[in-house]
Design a binder for this molecule. Structure first.
Ligand SMILES: [Zn+2]
Length: 176
């Protein structure tokens, strides 16, 4: 749809182009702002010697939940950042339907978390690093392809270098 919105396309009024451009830039700033909050949570996991993944959930511009991966600390295989953030958000909203909520998470969710995202009716997921080995929002599987009863909107790769560098550092530290 953006194909017709070129600068040099005489059919696109300058005003329309300017407002589209403004919206895109605003959206990018907005996404990076919340991704930085998710990165701050990943750093918290890093300090606890957990795999550094962080997530926040935003509803109408307000962060309603923050969480980081706590699998080791809690000795709990389902204590991924996304699951913990979903539980906190549901508690805060006093209901399981996280409609109109956007999740920002530093790593592409795994099948378990992508399933929880679909089941909680989260409207949109913005993730940082892609996960070719376990990512279930497009990389290895795509649980948002539209076969299930709810289809969240997906945006991947936001601040992906910052997000993946933490993971690389963590895993290289584990090997040495
Ligand atoms: Zn997960």
């Amino acid at each position: 749809m953006y194909a017709n919105l070129q600068y040099n396309n005489p059919g696109t009024p300058q005003k329309l182009w300017d407002s589209v451009k403004k919206a895109i830039i605003y959206n990018m700033d907005e996404q990076e702002k919340y991704m930085r909050e998710a990165i701050a949570m990943a750093r918290k996991a890093e300090r606890k010697d957990e795999v550094p993944v962080g997530a926040v959930i935003v509803k109408r511009g307000e962060i309603i939940a923050r969480a980081c991966n706590l699998r080791e600390t809690k000795k709990d295989p389902v204590a991924h950042a996304e699951i913990l953030a979903i539980k906190k958000a549901a508690k805060k909203l006093r209901g399981w339907r996280l409609e109109n909520c956007v999740m920002y998470v530093t790593l592409e969710p795994c099948p378990m978390c992508a399933g929880a995202i679909v089941n909680s009716r989260i409207k949109q997921v913005v993730f940082g690093a892609y996960d070719p080995k376990a990512g279930a929002l497009g990389s290895l599987y795509d649980l948002a392809e539209g076969k299930l009863n709810h289809t969240p909107q997906i945006t991947g790769g936001v601040l992906k270098d910052e997000c993946s560098i933490m993971l690389k550092k963590y895993f290289s530290g584990k090997r040495s």
